[in-house]
Write a protein that binds this ligand. Structure first.
Ligand SMILES: NC(=O)c1ccc[n+]([C@@H]2O[C@H](COP(=O)([O-])OP(=O)(O)OC[C@H]3O[C@@H](n4cnc5c(N)ncnc54)[C@H](O)[C@@H]3O)[C@@H](O)[C@H]2O)c1
Ligand SMILES: O=C(O)CCC(=O)CC(=O)O
Length: 352
């Protein structure tokens, strides 16, 4: 018999090809008129299109978001916000640009409209991770959640295939951890399993046609579902470990998720066999951890922490940092267990 609490997150979502052109209407719908546009070097054409669409609504622009949301960058942009009397942020980019937008909004109360260019899913979560003094700290608040998300598949087509692959596995990780999270519930389970199915379908064909709008649109939809799972379900060992590796050892976010996910699934599998069996069904593979590992390996994605630049000598410290505090996870998290897991991920050993 079911018994659960479900918190729906109130985002407005505009989804479809060409929807970026509606950004000015969406700003006016929020009754805002002084926009700070956040863009970035690798999404210049997308940001330019949005700049044109915003016209006189845009009064300032910043292009320097950094992965893991360093507080020093946020403080720099806060100067622009007060100087230009900003009342809304429009962010064009991946999770790093969205993170900067959230960091500004939670400090100033400005509205946020996000046009994602990756599958990170941050745009629909009330979660923000920020880095200061080499430590990444995550917090959650309704004030962090963006008001409006515009998913335009055209904005994601420029992602190179290796990046689209790792970003899709970052999304899959949100769905996987939601299935065994503290706040798991049947609504989120449905979204999570659909996201996993869609990503398992989409990843193997990513390389076949780089401009496959249909396929990329399905992945973008899966990314939204997966972000929704993260926002309602919560995070366990996998996300904690990736935040330690990203925040303290500067590893790239989505690629780290891609390497670590099968190993955390193998670690947690003995405690949640029924969940792993549902994931295996969604993947269409005999076992879930090996299914994810094989999906990544077959698509040419990263399978070792070594290739991401992790030093073997730092694995002990990473295990220490990831086990300093307890947090919800289906299996007890011990330093010895995490160190073994990290060793396997470092070497790229295929899990059972
Ligand atoms: N709070 C949350 O719910 C949440 C969820 C997921 C990720 N995140 C955070 O987001 C950050 C990672 O985000 P990410 O993985 O999307 O990477 P990212 O935003 O850092 O982007 C990676 C690189 O790819 C470039 N890029 C982005 N979109 C592109 C495109 N369409 N074409 C070509 N290049 C493109 C960026 O400019 C950047 O150089 C991390 O800080 C992570 O912690 C937060
Ligand atoms: O905003 C953050 O950096 C914390 C949440 C997060 O990164 C989710 C993830 O690990 O993909």
């Amino acid at each position: 018999m079911h018994s659960f609490v479900y918190n729906a997150q109130p985002s407005r979502v505009v989804f479809g090809p060409g929807t970026a052109a509606r950004v000015a209407d969406e700003v006016r719908r929020l009754d805002r008129s002084r926009v700070l546009l956040l863009g970035g070097e690798h999404v210049r054409p997308q940001a330019e299109l949005v700049e044109k669409a915003l016209g006189s609504l845009q009064v300032a622009r910043f292009d320097g978001a950094v992965m893991h949301t360093p507080v020093a960058v946020t403080e720099k942009v806060l100067g622009l916000v007060s100087e230009h009397d900003i009342d809304a942020v429009v962010a064009v980019g991946g999770g790093s640009t969205t993170g900067l937008s959230k960091a500004i909004a939670v400090r100033t109360g400005v509205d946020q409209l996000i046009l994602p260019t990756t599958y990170a899913g941050s745009e629909v979560t009330p979660v923000l991770g920020e880095t200061a003094d080499g430590v990444k700290t995550t917090h959650s608040s309704p004030a962090i959640l963006p008001e409006t998300v515009i998913y335009d598949v055209e904005f994601t087509l420029s992602m190179p295939i290796p990046m689209a692959l790792t970003s899709a596995i970052n999304a899959m990780a949100h769905a996987v951890e939601a299935l065994y999270a503290e706040h798991a519930n049947p609504i989120i389970d449905t979204l999570a399993l659909e996201a996993i199915r869609a990503i398992a379908r989409g990843v193997p064909v990513l390389g076949a046609d780089a401009a496959d709008r249909e396929g990329r649109s399905d992945l973008l939809l899966a990314a939204w579902l997966a972000g929704t799972c993260l926002s309602a379900g919560g995070m366990g060992l996998h996300h904690k470990l990736c935040h330690v590796l990203g925040g303290s050892f500067d590893l790239p976010h989505a690629a780290t998720h891609t390497v670590v996910l099968p190993h955390v699934m193998a670690f947690n599998a003995p405690s949640v066999p029924a969940v792993m069996s549902r994931i295996a069904d969604a993947l269409g593979t005999p076992t879930a951890p090996a299914g994810v590992f094989d999906l990544v390996a077959a698509a040419g994605g990263p399978t070792t922490l070594a290739e991401l630049g992790m030093s073997e000598g730092d694995l002990d410290e990473a295990a220490h940092l990831a086990t300093e505090r307890q947090y919800p996870n289906p299996r007890e998290v011990t330093r010895v267990g995490v160190r073994r897991l990290l060793g396997d991920a470092y070497a790229g050993i295929r899990p059972e």
